[in-house]
Design a protein around this ligand. Structure first.
Ligand code: PRX
Length: 572
């Protein structure tokens, strides 16, 4: 698939690689060395100062189809109001404030408000159940949480395990009598406007956001990001999404995950772009009609959504005018070549795969507008990024097409600065001067990177990482479960889904009802994503002598690969 880089923001890739400098990005953002650098201010006040206060920042459609628009000036005022509210409630800079909301306007206003105050925002996916929520908010000692009446009910159940949580702010409240205890109703649109808030003078190293992500061992870890990340998010959005002043941009990711923040808040708004947010989840007709109605021109989505759209077929596409679309990108999982070819056929545009992680904070390897797309490839490293594929001794492999560990050379502006309270695991991610991503890849003769799979046990379902340990811990809390293991099993749409192996306590029989009860138990505690789609009962699970469950053996069993004599494993 050939194209031309004429008229793109990035221009010729090789030249950008040669002349890239972070100082130049800083200058573009008007940031001088040592001056404050606050993401909240850059995404609102700075755009207003450029004379774009009246431009639409956010087009929002509710699940019911109500439409609202907010200008950059309104974003500025409403984020100021949230910053002031939190300040008056005693929240200090550096403290953690959780946002547990569906994709409603207050999610965006409060996020920017938390950043303006200098506090650390902790976005929580609204499908999280009480346990998933409690584990994360307890880990970071969140002092406040902004939520909605529906989600406040789940938060109440988690609250006994959250002694540090002093303030619960509930937005979009119809009936205050339904609030409990110290929960406080708040409506930013009814509150007095706050024209001038003394924005916290963050530096590039001031913590900004804590994004929880799933690792190989233990509970999810909070990847801590800093205000300086905006340099990466700004320049990658400009060059990879290719946003121009008149674009209408739509990132389908939820801000409960890193994509929905780096490319659903910081990147586009630091560029003064207009973006669309749909409260509703995946509904093909709603998605297509939104593109038509709002004249979406740049669309950032995910392979699972694309595969679901492929399943819906081409007929539905013909019912909508999608002629406004001009550039498409994807992230989160391997983008299969068929999806790229299909999108070229039905939308007339290929999806451009982008690769990155919660820890990297911004796009690291990608296909650029105007550069040849090789369907199935993740593309090439972003200018200013040194990537490599390493052998088992953590030395770069120079031979083309030989798979190894995908690694990046630190530092870069949006690199995570720690796993909250877990220095040891953070440090274990760096070897021989490289950040080890946990993925495997190969590099072809022309420098294109190809994803080969993960190098660990983490499950990627529909672009969301699930920690086997978290699922296993939840399974063990079920009254019937004696031993448990979770693996990813291949799935046509979601790439992988969770499969659990369970040994029952004596007195319990492996029935269909019990299977459903266990599935529901995990769904409610963690989330629908983490719920095992399959449960296989076993008398006992394959373990090493030290008691570690051999997920590798279970994966081989699941795929019908040879596993050898598992009775000997306990002696390994
Ligand atoms: O395994 C890779 C997969 O998703 C992981 C990162 O997940 P997370 O931290 O949740 O961030 C997701 C969105 C940035 C990676 O280590 N992944 C992400 N993008 C791709 C991918 N796998 C293949 N191709 C991609 N383009």
């Amino acid at each position: 698939m050939n194209s031309t880089n004429e008229g793109t923001n990035i221009g010729p890739y090789e030249e950008r690689v040669k002349d890239f400098s972070w100082d130049a990005v800083s200058r573009e953002l008007g940031h001088e060395d040592g001056a404050p650098l606050n993401i909240g201010w850059y995404c609102t006040d700075r755009i207003c100062k450029q004379g774009l206060g009246g431009k639409t920042a956010l087009i929002w459609e509710s699940t019911q189809g109500e439409e609202r628009k907010y200008t950059f000036d309104q974003m500025r005022l409403y984020s100021n109001a949230y910053a002031k509210l939190l300040q008056e409630l005693g929240v200090k800079d550096g403290e953690r404030v959780a946002i547990y909301l569906d994709r409603v306007p207050s999610l965006y206003f409060s996020l920017l408000g938390i950043l303006k105050l200098g506090a650390i925002a902790v976005p929580m996916f609204s499908a999280f159940g009480e346990e998933a929520l409690q584990v994360r908010l307890a880990n970071c000692d969140a002092v406040a949480c902004i939520t909605s009446p529906r989600l406040a009910r789940k938060l109440r159940k988690a609250r006994p395990g959250l002694p540090a949580l002093k303030r619960v702010i509930v937005v979009d409240v119809d009936d205050e009598s339904k609030l409990k205890g110290d929960e406080m109703a708040y409506s930013v649109e009814d509150a007095p406007p706050v024209d001038d808030f003394p924005v916290f003078p963050a530096t590039e190293e001031t913590p900004s956001l804590l994004h929880y992500t799933s690792g190989t061992t233990g509970q999810p870890k909070g990847a801590l990001h800093v205000h300086g990340s905006i340099l990466s998010q700004y320049i990658t959005t400009k060059w990879v999404m290719d946003l121009k002043p008149d674009d209408v941009y739509w990132c389908t990711a939820d801000p409960g995950w890193v994509t929905g923040i780096s490319y659903g808040v910081i990147g586009p708004w630091s560029l003064g772009a207009t973006q669309l947010v749909l409260e509703v989840g995946f509904i093909p007709a709603r998605w297509y009609s939104a593109i038509e109605k709002h004249r979406v021109s740049v669309w950032y989505s995910a392979p699972t959504a694309i595969r679901l759209l492929m399943r819906e077929g081409e007929e539905i596409v013909k019912q909508y005018d999608l002629s406004s679309l001009r550039h498409l990108c994807s992230v989160g999982e391997p983008l299969n070549p068929e999806a790229v070819i299909w999108s070229e056929k039905v939308y007339g545009l290929p999806f451009h795969d982008t690769w990155w992680q919660t820890e990297t904070g911004a796009i690291m390897i990608t296909n650029y507008p105007g550069m040849e797309v090789r369907p199935g490839s993740m593309g090439k490293p972003f200018p200013g990024t040194a990537a490599a594929v390493l052998d088992d001794r953590f030395e770069p492999i120079t031979e083309p097409n030989k798979p190894g560990k995908l690694a990046l050379k630190p530092p870069w502006a949006s690199m995570f600065r720690e796993y909250w309270g877990n220095r040891t695991i953070y440090e274990s991610k760096f070897k021989n001067g490289w950040y080890i991503t946990g993925d495997r890849a190969r590099i072809d003769e022309d420098g294109y990177y190809w994803f080969e799979g993960r190098d660990d046990d983490v499950i990627n379902t529909g672009g969301h990482l699930v920690a086997p340990f978290e699922v296993e811990s939840a399974l063990l809390e079920h009254e019937a479960v004696a031993e448990s293991a979770a693996i990813g099993t291949p799935d046509k749409v979601n790439m992988e889904v969770v499969k659990a192996y369970v040994a029952l306590k004596s007195g319990f029989e492996p029935t269909k009802d019990l299977e459903l009860s266990i599935m529901n138990f995990v769904r409610k505690r963690l989330s629908p994503l983490a719920m095992p789609q399959y449960i296989e009962f076993m008398d006992k699970l394959p373990k090493t002598r030290s008691g570690k469950i051999m997920r590798r053996v279970l994966r081989a069993m699941d795929r019908g690969e040879p596993i050898g004599d598992i009775s000997t494993l306990e002696d390994e």
